[in-house]
Design a binder for this molecule. Sequence first.
Ligand code: JDE
Length: 240
Amino acid sequence: MRIDVVTIFPGYLAPLREALLGRAIEAGLVELGVHDLRDWTHDVHQAVDDSPYGGGPGMVMRPQVWGEALDAVLGEEPARLVVPTPAGRPFTQATAQAWAAEERLVFACGRYEGIDQRVVDAYADRGPVDEVSIGDYVLVGGEVAVLVMVEAVVRLLPGVLGNPVSAQEDSFSDGLLEGPAYTRPVSWRGLDVPDVLRSGNHAAIARWRRDRALERTAARRPDLLDALPPDALDRADRAF
Ligand SMILES: COc1cc(COC(=O)c2cn[nH]c2)cc(-c2cccnc2)c1
């Protein structure tokens, strides 16, 4: 997979070259290109924004600069263009799973009040364009959202995670939140590891873990329970 990011703050994307993701890049599992949007400006001020038509607060990013940058970065290769924005569709584990199958992802990091809508419109007939949100809050720019989405996607690529099974057993992969996890020591500050986890009874352990996941999901994310397909919960599950 090749990932390109266009931003006015390339340094914001430096963490992508650290640790697990950095090793995936070094191992050739993923290629990463980070591009400075200002490289496609031609004026002495390297202006990337301008006042919004119709008035209103803040500035809007200019279409011409983005057009030259994305033409150059996208080239002729097909790619999914992703624009992080509070106004986007929710980015979920399902989105990450789908994008992990893509050959190319190109991320456009907006700042100010956003990017002139014609940029999204102009590229919509060249290939898939996704305006996506990582949550219901407003950031100053899309760069942090790109760090989140790239990590969620790249960890799913074959060979990136040491133990791939954990990608399948992720939170959300069975539609529920993960329950509590424990490790040594068995007693810590007067708090003990639940006995069942040390019983060696794998059926009881699986039941206990499922019950804790259902309990946590009902308490913290009832919306996820409502979204489960009807056959997802068996009779023992319905005890919750
Ligand atoms: C491309 O257009 C954007 C992008 C961003 C950065 O992304 C996020 O904030 C985000 C992404 N997922 N959840 C939040 C922010 C604005 C923005 C700023 C101020 C007022 N209104 C909108 C616009």
